[in-house]
Design a protein around this ligand. Structure first.
Ligand code: FES
Length: 110
């Protein structure tokens, strides 16, 4: 089992440094949920299908991330609070390349 470190700033502005496993086929949204960094029902609403944007986050470190899929791009073009560094957490798979990643959760859409 190999873990990477990810820094996640929650919606209250509190920073959490968490370990995320690279061998469990997880994505960033699932990591946030597993550490309960956002209340149940406010993140991962579509189950990771790039269809709700509840998992939007702002990537603050300069990691080279996988290209956005058309679905992710389309969803972010409709979402609120989108910034240049927005990504959908559910579309970011936990791999060793993401070690040291720093993200901030986007505000909940209301
Ligand atoms: S969980 Fe719905 S878009 Fe990521």
């Amino acid at each position: 089992m190999s873990d990477i470190k990810i820094k996640i700033i929650d919606r209250e502005g509190v920073s959490h440094e968490v370990d995320a496993p690279t061998d469990m086929n997880m994505n960033l949204m699932e990591v946030v949920r597993s550490y309960e960094l956002a209340p149940e029902g406010t993140i991962g609403i579509c189950g990771g299908m790039a269809m709700c944007a509840s998992c939007q986050c702002y990537v603050q470190s300069d990691h080279k991330l996988p290209e956005m899929s058309d679905d992710e791009e389309a969803m972010l073009s409709e979402a609120f609070n989108v910034k240049d560094n927005s990504r959908l957490g559910c579309q970011l798979h936990i791999t060793e390349d993401l070690d040291g990643l720093e993200v901030e959760l986007a505000p909940e859409e209301a």
